[in-house]
Design a binder for this molecule. Structure first.
Ligand SMILES: Cc1cc2nc3c(=O)[nH]c(=O)nc-3n(C[C@H](O)[C@H](O)[C@H](O)COP(=O)(O)OP(=O)(O)OC[C@H]3O[C@@H](n4cnc5c(N)ncnc54)[C@H](O)[C@@H]3O)c2cc1C
Length: 421
């Protein structure tokens, strides 16, 4: 019977524990989590701030004690592992206690990037980020105190969700980004234009091509200054500038590192018996063929399962993933798959009666990028199409995916063009 430590209890850690327990009823599993809460889904934080869900709904698997009992794990809540001596597989806890394990899963996730912006208040008064339930609690408390105006910096998935949450409370918002458009790594320019128009119609002021350079405090307000010489005054600033893998407990020199901890298809790091899953790791990405950090909930979930099974002695491989965005915000559904910088033939379909659009870039037989706005039914089969392109070299899609595409409302000539023949 092996002893496994799982560090971090988000989606990745939870599914590692669950898969390991299922495959090995006798394994000793110790889970370390730096929060007092149960595993939470960070993508639900803004729904809570918006008042659309209760606080506990952010924790999809239920209460921590109940989970610990169901999975038969020893749960060390509120314990932030201080250091991992990788080669010895020894965890160092905050009080200096050391514990050694046969296998270790690093599931420490990622944290919001807060760059050293000139003038950033040291106490972070008026500055908000969004990742954890504590971040959501803090912003909601400020909402209850009253917010007259907000600047959200970063037109990313997180940024737009923060906009949505504040908009639900009728806060006037400026959304700023140094990029020229929303979701700069996913949108095609024409699709971004439609989204911009809709956001503007809803009263969100957009400020693209404007990177923040400085923050100044004026009384209770914050003035944000931009490289283009403009400035904005607001009660709060939400910084949604991207994520960085949380790898502070390891010595990077001991691991093969990229932007995150590099893992192979079994989720093994370069140190024997140490695995990494979810936002803290860099795994095989199907479009580039390179290891990439993919900050997606289902990715963390799948990688956790794979690590758990491999530790239990059931060799299981990761198929790979690619960065994609399927998100609902401000009454819109946006689906962005593949590489929006890819060149090739552009296929465009605008539904004549319903207000949805489909864009794809195709290079020879291979689909490089898909954007869909306001038809969520396309997302599943479109993802299947892209995966098939990536794994089967552009072969025709199967009958199930073709049927699903037909049912989504895409016309036959478009389905044929993207490989449905
Ligand atoms: C606002 C928002 C919107 C999002 N929208 C989407 C979306 O639409 N679709 C999608 O797929 N994904 C979305 N995501 C991303 C998704 O939530 C993450 O990719 C996913 O939750 C990563 O899971 P994880 O287990 O790797 O990390 P996490 O959920 O971050 O879990 C890691 C845990 O480890 C803990 N930890 C870290 N260090 C230690 C330590 N030393 N000791 C003990 N514990 C430690 C952390 O506190 C944390 O609880 C969104 C995220 C946010 C914030």
């Amino acid at each position: 019977m092996g002893k496994t430590a799982i560090i971090g209890f988000g989606g990745g850690g939870y599914h590692a524990a669950k898969a390991l327990r299922k495959a090995d009823p006798h394994a000793q599993i110790d889970v370390y989590t730096d929060t007092a809460d149960a595993p939470a889904n960070p993508m639900l934080t803004t729904y809570y701030v918006a008042g659309r869900i209760e606080r506990d709904t952010q924790m999809p698997y239920g209460a921590a004690d109940k989970i610990a009992q169901e999975l038969g794990v020893r749960l060390f809540s509120g314990v932030r592992v201080r250091h991992l001596r990788a080669k010895e597989r020894v965890l160092v806890l905050p009080d200096g206690t050391e514990r050694s394990y046969d296998d270790i899963v690093l599931a420490t996730g990622s944290h919001p990037l807060v760059p050293p912006i000139k003038g950033l208040p040291e106490d972070r008064k008026g500055i908000y980020v969004m990742r954890t339930m504590a971040d959501a609690d803090r912003l909601l408390q400020r909402v209850h105190e009253g917010i007259g105006s907000a600047v959200v910096i970063g037109a990313s998935w997180v940024g737009i969700k923060v906009v949505e949450a504040l908009h639900a409370h009728h806060v006037p918002i400026v959304l700023a980004d140094m990029a020229p458009r929303i979701f700069p790594t996913a949108t095609m320019p024409d699709v971004a234009d439609i989204i911009h128009q809709r956001l503007t119609d809803m009263g969100v002021r957009l400020k693209f091509g404007a990177g923040i350079s400085e923050i100044r405090q004026e009384g209770d307000q914050l003035v944000s200054l931009y490289h283009d010489g403009t400035e904005e005054t607001s009660d709060i600033i939400a910084l949604c500038l991207g994520l960085r893998p949380t790898v502070d407990i390891i010595d990077p020199a001991e691991f093969r590192m990229g932007r995150g901890i590099c893992v192979d298809l079994h989720m093994r790091t370069s140190v024997p018996h140490i695995y990494a899953v979810g936002d803290c790791c860099e795994a095989y990405e199907m479009i580039s063929g390179q290891p990439v950090v993919v900050n997606l909930w289902a990715n963390a979930f799948t990688q956790g399962e794979i690590a758990g099974r491999n530790i239990a002695g059931y060799p299981t491989q990761f198929q790979g993933n690619f960065i994609h965005n399927i998100t609902h915000f401000m009454g819109m559904d946006f689906i962005g798959l593949g590489d929006n910088r890819a060149s090739g033939e552009q296929i465009v379909y605008r539904h004549p009666k319903e207000d949805w659009v489909f864009y794809a870039t195709i290079d020879g037989d291979v689909i490089k990028c898909i954007n869909v706005l306001d038809n969520h039914k396309v997302s599943g089969p479109a993802k299947a199409v892209l995966i098939r392109c990536l794994t089967a070299g552009g072969e025709a899609i199967g009958p199930a995916a073709r049927l699903a595409l037909q049912q989504s409302g895409l016309p036959a000539e478009i389905i044929a063009k993207i490989g449905g023949y």
